[in-house]
Design a protein around this ligand. Sequence first.
Ligand code: BGC
Length: 254
Amino acid sequence: MSQLTTGLGIDIGGSGIKGAPVDLSTGEFLKERKKVLTPEHSTPAAVARIVGEIAAHFPEAAGAPVGVTFPGVVQQGVVRTAANLDKAWIGTDARELFTRATGQPVRVLNDADAAAVAETRYGAAAGVTGVVLLTTLGTGIGSALVVNGRLVPNTEFGHLEIDGHDAETRASSAVKDAEGLSYHEWATQRLQRYYRVVEDLLWPDLIVVGGGVSRKADRFLPLLDIRTPVVAAELRNTAGIVGAALAAAATETV
Ligand code: BGC
């Protein structure tokens, strides 16, 4: 399988579960993505049913490597944390569950890690040497650390305790919306504090900001007064799917 050209990526999020076949040589979707709303009770069984449904929607990708993202820590396919999904996930062997649901071997990885894999190959972190920190701002804050192009998996810098709070409960984009903060208030009062703590701990060479809100990056990134260069992710809402497909293909070729 050294000539893999297609991978199937499925991205599990707090609001939607999305998948598409990906051309691994370009990072483009080969067909329009399919999205199913995340069930209110996002139990392993309910989510696995949807993952199976999405895989079945793309018969042209049958036999291609399948990668699935999860919004929590994933070690050797086993979910270890689930801050924003049903707690029944903790301890679940997601690799086995999704392999049964799709009938194909599946690679499962953290959602921010998948986004970083895609940005490193095709996007804002391509060709960057040194330490890149990718953060995704959404329901929570995801983080991924890439050192000279290699991912250090399962960093959880969204949960740093800052000023007595779990950071994502102050600075995620969901919190911005819930508290009705303007971009200015959010950037100068919440994000700035967050990124200053993070840059003092990690000294990254570049920070890449992803998540849905990165579409509006020009409204808040220029307001940040931090020392580290900071740029918006380039793949936007395709990064999770593309990164999952790439990661799955990488497992097959090693
Ligand atoms: C989780 C991370 C995840 C992030 C974004 C956090 O609450 O702990 O694992 O990457 O949300 O979904």
